[in-house]
Design a protein around this ligand. Structure first.
Ligand SMILES: [Zn+2]
Ligand SMILES: [Zn+2]
Length: 589
């Protein structure tokens, strides 16, 4: 029997062929859980002319991929000690990384042309890792070896994006990171939303108003966006009976449900949760659970002998029990991807399953259809927003804040992420939403840059600017907490009066006239260019009234430096997007 590939599986396969026709760069394909990765692997193995090695990190996956391939009525070898088979004679070999790396002499064949790595988020840049030993060995035999990675989770906390750029068609795409990565390009990515909309996964039904919430938003996070276990435990203990109330609600909602997964914050938290669940129907899996116990518990859960499965950070990926129809989230989810992975545990299709109920008690407010932004959420108010680039038209996904009408109030994007082929090279669009201007040549640089990318001169450190101003007798530094724009009449013309306030209400003013094109240009140069929330939108300051009526489009600076003239203070510098050691003003309400 042969399998019919779904349309997107065909697309994925042809993207791979297309990419390797032109390049030897390792490439990555992202398919959500349930998308049928093993079928894509089978098809690639079937059509490959040379030999193919398919690696996975657990025997279950080796077995599953192999079984799918053989269901095409084709033969393939299995090389996995865990499965009791160490064969490598067929054209296609399915192996476990641990067994293959220990027996490289059995892969002394320069006919291997394709290496497929399943769950490839385990491949690091570490040259001494098992994966790199295998890669190095096969590359030495065949320098033209093609390497394809497959994963459902291309973004992970602490590691960030697994690949540098998303380049689905070789010409245009999105820059994800400029840091080094083993996989340069992701050549095909299927979003979870596609799977749900096309009926390949079950829709999720969100329970809108859980009785009680944990509010993790006030806890501080490390630079990867993670919370500490001690902080979490402290917060959870301080919530009194909240966990008990939450579990009572979960139990009530689960009356008509088959199978429930509960994601707890910490081990202590999970143990408390277990205390409120019916003992005979519940199990707990944590990082320390012995492999054999874990396997037994998962088997019992899949056989529906256990209804409630509580876990702490262990079953977010790779775990697959299709009958799960209630997901209860009692932990903070630090990224959109992680949220999608957790909810994804309940979206597999199963008989008589119409939807999966999702109860989020951590107020994560993520959306299953949101794109991954690639950085920790800056604050609890932020949501993913789409910001088009005025230079290249690329639709950027950034964190941002929207008002009640859904209009953009502010976003945190710095530079357009669009990439395009230019004279045979892939280059990133140069447009910057936030920038630090070079005092020497006027070039726009990233706000964290220390050296100008155009003239290489050192950029003045904002802390030095502030320190210098604070040391000058006739200077004042205003920690700006608020700003107003008004029309101010002077003689028979009007001008714009901008007032900057500090936290105590002290204020300095700045005035701009807009009668001539030169004055309009100066307004843009000294204020608009830096203060416009959305530089992507064209803006002309033609008249005072026009600017005043659009004052919501401007944001305040973080610091204002003013110098004392005879009778007034004159603004000499404004610092936007400040990142440094001085505290910024508390947000004025
Ligand atoms: Zn652009
Ligand atoms: Zn410069």
């Amino acid at each position: 029997m042969t399998f019919q590939l779904r349309p997107y599986q065909k697309e994925a396969v042809s993207s791979v062929i297309q990419h390797f026709r032109n390049s030897d760069d390792p490439a990555l394909v992202v398919l959500p859980t349930g998308a049928g990765k093993s079928l894509v692997i089978s098809e690639l193995g079937r059509i490959a002319r040379g030999r193919v090695l398919v690696l996975a990190h657990v025997k279950e996956l080796v077995e599953q991929n192999h079984a799918k391939y053989e269901s095409y009525e084709l033969k393939a070898s299995i090389f996995s000690a865990g499965l009791g088979r160490k064969e490598a004679s067929e054209q296609v070999v399915f192996g476990s990384i641990q067994s293959v790396v220990r027996n490289l002499d059995q892969f002394d064949d320069n006919n291997f042309t394709l290496l497929v790595i399943d769950e490839c988020h385990r491949v690091s840049l570490e040259k001494t890792s098992s994966y790199h030993k295998v890669i190095g060995h096969l590359q030495a035999l065949n320098p033209g070896l093609k390497i394809l990675g497959l994963t459902a989770t291309p973004y992970r906390l602490g590691m960030g994006w697994l690949y540098q750029r998303y380049l689905p068609d070789d010409k245009k795409g999105t820059q994800r990171t400029t840091e080094k990565r083993f996989f340069k390009s992701c050549i095909y990515e299927l979003p979870l939303s596609y799977m749900i909309k096309n009926g390949y996964l079950t829709p999720a039904t969100l329970v809108d108003a859980p009785v009680v919430f944990y509010d993790f938003s006030l806890l501080s996070r490390d630079r990867f966006g993670r919370y500490s276990e001690a902080d979490l435990n402290k917060l959870l203990k301080g919530k009194g009976r909240a966990t008990q109330q939450i579990i009572t609600q979960v139990l009530k909602e689960s009356e008509d449900r088959k199978s429930v997964m509960i994601f707890a914050s910490t081990v202590d938290h999970a143990r408390e949760i277990m205390g409120y669940l019916p003992e005979s129907e519940s199990a707990l899996i944590i990082g320390d659970t012995a492999t054999q116990d874990r396997d037994n518990l998962i088997q019992a859960f899949k056989a529906q002998k256990i209804k409630y499965l509580v876990n702490v950070s262990v079953l977010t990926t790779g775990f697959d029990a299709p009958h799960v129809d209630l997901i209860a989230i009692l932990r903070p989810t630090e990224s959109v991807s992680l949220y999608q992975q957790i909810v994804g545990r309940g979206l597999r299709l199963a008989d008589d399953k119409k939807d999966c109920l999702v109860m989020d008690f951590a107020g994560n407010r993520y959306n299953l259809f949101s794109p991954e932004i690639g950085s920790p959420k800056p604050d609890s108010k932020s949501v993913p927003v789409t910001v088009p680039c005025p230079a290249c038209g690329h639709e950027n996904s950034f964190w941002g804040i929207v008002d009640s009408d859904g209009d953009l109030v502010e976003h945190y994007g710095r530079r357009c992420q669009g990439i395009e082929e230019f004279e045979g090279e892939i280059v990133q669009c140069d447009f910057r939403y936030r920038f630090k201007e070079c005092q020497e040549c006027g070039a726009e640089n990233d706000i964290a840059a220390r050296k100008c990318h155009q003239c290489s001169k050192a950029l003045i450190d904002p802390d030095k600017k502030l320190r210098d101003a604070l040391n000058l007798k006739d200077c004042m530094v205003l920690r700006c907490s608020g700003m107003t724009l008004e029309s101010d009449a002077k003689g028979n013309t009007s001008r714009i009066k901008i007032t900057y306030y500090d936290e105590d209400g002290a204020a300095v003013n700045e005035f701009f006239r807009l009668d001539t094109p030169a004055q309009q240009g100066a307004f843009y140069h000294h204020f608009g260019k830096h203060a416009l929330i959305n530089r992507a939108e064209p803006f002309r300051a033609k008249s005072v009234d026009a600017v005043i009526s659009q004052r919501k489009k401007f944001r305040k600076p973080d610091f204002v430096v003013a110098q004392k003239e005879k009778h007034y203070w004159s603004v000499i510098d404004k610092l936007f997007d400040y990142e440094g050691n001085y505290r910024k003003a508390y947000e004025a309400e």
